[in-house]
Design a protein around this ligand. Structure first.
Ligand code: MG
Ligand code: NI
Length: 474
């Protein structure tokens, strides 16, 4: 067997792609490996429930807010309390800040060099610096939009990097009137940037028909939380699965009972597990999560501008599910608009200044599940505690894990389409990276590895000999 391995850069964490050629010199197998694990689940054993939001926020320096909020929600379940309404709104506001921050980083900093400068442009300039030289306004807009998301987070959590602000039962502090006014003043500019980026994407996506057709374009299931009456939801709600026709396959599922419908398979060649929809078995139960899945699953978003954009998004697939992972980018931009519209509504709500933000209670349940939609997709924190609230067991399922099967299938599709001969060409390398990057995976939190690392792509022949290898530095 021959194998080509491609590392993936401009994603968070590091990865390895191996492409194995058969005797006929065609791709016989392609895999996206996640090659490092830190055992965070085991590391949490022996900690107290109340420490967990702060500790789990350190699982990943890239998505601390996601883990913070999900951990606090698992804590709510163990205390058996419902946080006061102001706390609920403030946590939602912080999550929306993380959506803006994370999606802006993904689109402007990590992906727009490919989308704007082109997949075959000079790799030395096809990065955020090249983008700044060619399109200074776009680069500046990206920085400002991301900063706005960060400002929402820091206005609530104070410390931007590891805000241990959400706690079981609620949050530590409300928003101050001054912070609210500051955020409200900057909102129009953030909205202008988000809408410009959305228009830019809609105007240029026609240039990438080949990539749209091959970057993970296949029928699959999609999973997300949905809210009341099927509305787009990022914080609560019930689990829905839809298929490629956008038919509802399962609906109203209790997220706390995920082990009844999600299985987690293990493969020897990756540290990251492979979740699947149990009804369809492994690996047929492949499903995708994240922006693309949320837009495919929901019936509507519930705010004006985002619903207009959702209508245009739906029209590219004739009302069925949008099945190309390339359009994660499109969905992400629509979600920035949706998030900003919701931020606007919360900033107008006087309840976010209320000091009633925390329900105090002791351990009332020995098991609790926290679930919400992180920017990258559905996140599960499942804790088992003793009577003193000491963690005895932890299971996490992160967004990148849910997408593991789909990312592998995407890599195989791109390798089949773009591999020519026994070389990892620049065009192939770019597209393998781009195909993975569409999911905006966070390898840092999926394997709990520290730091950003490069992607390696290795091409291996039918007898196991390495034919070619390329590494892209982070
Ligand atoms: Mg796990
Ligand atoms: Ni992460």
């Amino acid at each position: 067997m021959r194998e080509i391995k491609v590392p993936v850069t401009r994603i968070e964490g590091h990865g390895l792609i191996t492409i194995v050629l058969g005797r006929d010199r065609k791709v016989s197998r392609a895999r996206f490996h996640v090659t490092e694990g830190r055992g965070f689940e085991r590391f949490c054993q022996g900690r107290t429930l109340w420490e967990m939001p702060g500790i789990t926020a350190r699982i990943c320096g890239i998505c601390p807010v996601s883990h913070l909020l999900c951990s606090a929600k698992a804590g709510d379940a163990i205390l058996a309390v419902r946080p006061p309404h102001p706390a609920d709104k403030l946590r939602r506001l912080m999550n929306l800040g993380q959506f803006v921050e994370s999606h802006a980083l993904s689109f402007f900093h990590l992906s727009s060099p490919d989308l704007i400068l082109g997949w075959d442009s000079d790799p030395k300039a096809r990065n955020v610096f090249g983008l700044a030289a060619a399109h200074p306004q776009l680069a500046l807009d990206g920085i400002r939009l991301r900063a706005y998301g960060q400002e929402i987070i820091s206005a609530l959590g104070e410390k931007r990097v590891h805000p241990a602000w959400a706690v079981p039962g609620g949050v530590r502090a409300p928003l101050t009137p001054a912070a609210r006014d500051r955020l409200a003043a900057k909102l129009p500019e953030a909205m202008r940037i988000a809408q410009d980026a959305l228009s830019l994407y809609e105007d240029t996506m026609g240039n990438w028909a080949d990539e749209v057709a091959t970057f993970g374009n296949f029928p699959s299931l999609f999973m997300s939380l949905v809210g009341e009456e099927g509305a787009w939801e990022h914080y609560e709600g019930r689990i829905r699965f839809v298929d490629a026709e956008r038919r509802i396959v399962a609906d109203g599922l209790d997220p706390a009972r995920y082990p009844e419908y999600i299985g987690e398979a293990v493969e020897g060649w990756s540290y990251l597990k492979f979740p699947y929809f149990q009804r369809d078995g492994y690996p047929d139960g492949l499903y995708r999560v994240g922006p693309l899945a949320r837009l495919n699953c929901c019936d509507r978003i519930g705010t004006r501008r985002a619903d207009e954009a959702l209508g245009r998004f739906r029209s590219i697939a004739g009302g069925k599910a949008v099945t190309s992972s390339f359009h994660y980018h499109y969905a992400r931009l629509i979600e920035i608009v949706a998030a900003l519209e919701r931020v606007e509504a919360y900033l107008d709500d006087p309840e976010i200044l209320s000091p009633r933000v925390r329900a105090e209670a002791g351990v009332n349940e020995l098991e609790g599940v926290g679930v919400h939609e992180a920017p990258r997709g559905t996140l599960f924190h499942h804790y088992w505690v003793n009577e003193d609230g000491i963690l005895e067991r932890v299971n996490l399922i992160v967004s990148t894990g849910h997408n593991n099967l789909a990312m592998n299938r995407t890599v195989a599709q791109i390798a089949h389409h773009y591999l020519d001969g026994a070389k990892v060409t620049e065009g192939l390398l770019n597209r393998l990276e781009g195909g993975i990057r569409a999911y905006d995976p966070c390898l840092s939190c999926s394997v709990h590895a520290a730091g950003r690392m490069p992607l390696r792509v290795v091409l291996v022949g039918p007898d196991g000999e390495v034919l070619d290898e390329k590494v892209r530095d982070a």
